[in-house]
Structure formats: C-alpha cells, structure tokens
Design a protein around this ligand. Structure first.
Ligand SMILES: [Zn+2]
Length: 427
C-alpha cells in the first residue's frame, strides 16, 4: 500500500534544492515520486496543506543515554563537570539505566524530527535495542578507552567491540560503529585496533577530535602530534572516519581531513555551553569538500537533542564569528542537518526527498505566528521554526510520530522510567 503526503510545501533537499508545492508518494520503505503526484485508488492520504514536508534530520554526534544527566552540573568548568559530576555518575551505569536514558533521547529526537543519529556510549547493545524498538536509525558506536568503560574492563573491550560489530552488521536500522573515544583517552594501541576493526568490517570509526585547546596541547605533548595527525599516524583518518567537534584545527589539518575524505560532526551548542573557545572552521571545511553534518552532542552539554535549534545556532555562530551575515546561509545550515549528515554516514539515500530515497520524512506545522508569512520556507525553517513544530515523522516509510503523538514509544512510561533511572544514578 502507498502513502501520499499530499499538498504541502515540499523542501526536497535534492540536487537542485527545490522547494515546491506538491506531494510525496511513499511505497514501502522508499519515496517513489515527488512533486505533481496524483492520488491513486487505495492510497492512504496524509493531508499536508499548510505544512512543510522535508527530510528527517540527522543528529551526527550524540551520547543518547546522557539525557539522564541533563541539567546535572551545569555551569561548571569542564574538568569539574567531568570529574565531580559526569564520571562518578557514569560509574554506576547499568544496561537497564542506559536503556532508560536512550529511550528518553529517542522520544525527544523523534518528536523533534530526527530520524537518524550517530551515537557513542557504553552498553551499546541497549542503545541499539532501544533504537530498533523505536523504529529509528542508529549508528551505534561501541566506545573504546584505554582505562576501560563501566561496561567492560580494558582487556575485554576490543573483542567485545568486534563481537558487537559482527552481530549488528547488515541490519537495516542499526549500523554498528567502532568508537575510540579520543586521542587523549586512547593510546596508539587502542587506536590501531579501532582502525583494524573499521577496515576489516568496513564500518565507520567515530571519535572526538580537537574539541578543546587543552586536549590539543596535551596530545601534542604526550605523542608529539596534534590529534588529527595522531589519528592519521594510527590509521584512524580515512573515508570511514567521523570526527566530532574539530574546534581547534589548523589550515593544514583542514586539508588533511579533506584529503583523507573523513566526515565531520559540528556540535556548536555543546561547544558554546562548555566554552571550548575554538570555532570550527566550517566554511573552510566545506570549501575543501569535506562532508559535514550537525550533532547535538549529549544532553548533559546542550541540554536538548534538538537539531532544529542546532541549525539556527550554526548559522548564527559563523555569521557572528566571521563578522559576515553571508558566512553560513539558511540553505547551508539545512543541508548540514539533512543531506550533509547523511553523506557523512555514507548514505546518499537519506537526507533528501527524491525518488529512490528512503522515506525518512518530517511534516512540520507552519501555522505558528512566528512561521508566518512564508516568504522563504528554508529561511523560516532555519531561523523561525522550533523542534516542537514537528507534527508527523516517518522512518523507512513507517509513521513513528503522528500529530505529535509517538507511536513506537509509550511516552508516560519512558518519562517515568527515565526519572527513576536518573535518581538512581545521582543518589
Ligand atoms: Zn561527544
């Protein structure tokens, strides 16, 4: 049976970036037609009159279970925040608590139009299972750190990671990822093992890179190379790499990331909140041809998982930073949040509405006072919309949110379990 999203303003995000009055026809998991599409007998019809129809957002860097630590230790120095709040709480994590946090994150992300996310956190199987149950696409990063994780001691990490990768490989919704945490928490041995797993199983390698100036100095002092070079030396800078943050890059590092063909996740809200100081050289990365998308980072350093908010912040941050209101236009911000993130995940069938693409679609209410009049739908979407304007969400052709009601998650139960889990974590 086909589903027809009829009569909206369709922001296609196709190669021509067309925004048109029309419809989108979905058959099974895929989009089969966009534009002037006629209703056929037996079609299920979703009336999109007065609404924006656009591709689902991609959250390219997050730690979904950290929703449990949202608002726990805000306004602290990074070292205090990590050492006095985050790490002691994380030491108490279990698979069950992780699941409660992941479910809360999934609920928040789906309700604000995110259909794909790249994650990195302990008890990765819980996150993968949560994502599967919610019907959302997850790039589930199994973290590697020299000193181990709450889930496994150092000597078990690499085999457990490889086991995780093998188990989820080829799944339509959950894609396994190897996630060495960063060059300041992973020595050459761990990085080389991560590189091997990525190469051998052809999976993404997701890592934090050059988030703070202190990190860059520390890695240089310890290893004689800045983080980008340290990753490259150990086989972790390839076309399968996804680098989060990149706030402190030199021009040469921008070139070497582009040469390697690595993807980059820009997390401006987290960077601003943690006051990391460095602003990602986004225009230079884009000019060099690098695939860039947007991440929220974990809810403990944002504090939402709202990609709509991140789009606006991205455009504003770079305009302000460059003293140039043309630096990052609305269309570029929307590209980053949709097709850019999808491209960084190696998925040219996501992040755009065109025949053959996966039917990951958002219907956004455009009737709020702040959304009118509609001179330019892309501008309105980036500068005026809110995540709460999202009404209906499809992933893989299945409706997972309808009229702001989540269909795959029991919202009251998710909220109660998350509150209980958060209480257990910090008490
Ligand atoms: Zn992060």
């Amino acid at each position: 049976m086909a589903l027809l999203l009829e009569g909206g303003t369709v922001i296609t995000q196709d190669a021509q970036r067309r925004a048109l009055r029309g419809s989108v026809r979905v058959e099974g998991a895929r989009i089969v037609a966009v534009g002037d599409v006629r209703r056929e007998r037996g079609d299920e019809v979703l009336d999109c009159t007065g609404k924006l129809v656009l591709p689902g957002f991609v959250n390219l860097h997050t730690h979904s279970p950290m929703t449990l630590l949202r608002g726990y230790g805000d306004d602290l120095l990074l070292e205090d925040w990590l050492q006095r709040r985050i790490w002691p709480a994380e030491a108490k994590l279990t698979a069950e608590l992780t699941r409660a946090g992941a479910d809360l994150a999934l609920l928040e992300m789906l309700l604000s139009g995110t259909t794909s996310f790249a994650d990195m956190y302990f008890f990765t199987d819980s996150i993968a299972q949560a994502s599967l149950a919610a019907g959302m696409r997850c790039w589930a990063g199994f973290p590697l750190l020299d000193f181990g994780t709450p889930e496994c001691p150092p000597e078990q990490m690499v085999p457990r990671c490889e086991d995780f990768v093998k188990r989820w490989l080829g799944h339509p919704l959950v894609t396994p990822v190897v996630a060495p945490h960063a060059t300041y928490t992973c020595g050459p041995g761990t990085l080389q093992q991560a590189a091997r797993i990525s190469r051998q199983h052809n999976v993404l390698l997701h890592t934090h890179c050059s988030e703070t100036r202190g990190e860059v100095y520390d890695v240089q002092a310890k290893h004689g190379a800045r983080p980008v070079e340290q990753l490259a030396r150990n086989g972790c800078l390839t076309e399968r790499t996804l680098l989060a943050h990149c706030g402190w890059l030199t021009k040469e590092e921008v070139r070497s990331i582009a040469r390697a063909g690595a993807g980059v996740a820009h997390c401006p809200v987290s960077n601003l909140k943690l006051a990391t100081g460095g602003t990602m050289p986004l225009p230079e990365l884009l000019a060099a041809g690098t695939r860039v998308g947007l991440g929220t980072d974990g809810a403990a350093s944002n504090n939402t998982l709202d990609v709509v908010e991140t789009m606006k912040l991205t455009a504003l941050l770079h305009k302000h930073h460059r003293w140039d209101p043309t630096a990052i236009p609305a269309q570029v911000a929307l590209d980053l949040a949709t097709r850019g993130g999808a491209d960084a995940l190696g998925r040219s069938d996501l992040g755009r509405l065109e025949p053959g693409a996966q039917a990951d679609i958002v219907v956004l209410d455009a009737q709020a006072a702040r959304m009118q009049p509609m001179h330019d739908p892309v501008s309105q979407l980036v500068y005026a919309a809110r995540g709460t304007d999202v009404e209906t969400v499809l992933v893989q052709g299945k409706v997972v949110v309808r009229d702001r009601i989540p269909l795959t998650l029991d919202a009251p139960r998710v909220l109660q379990r998350a509150r209980d889990a958060a209480h257990r974590l910090v008490s």
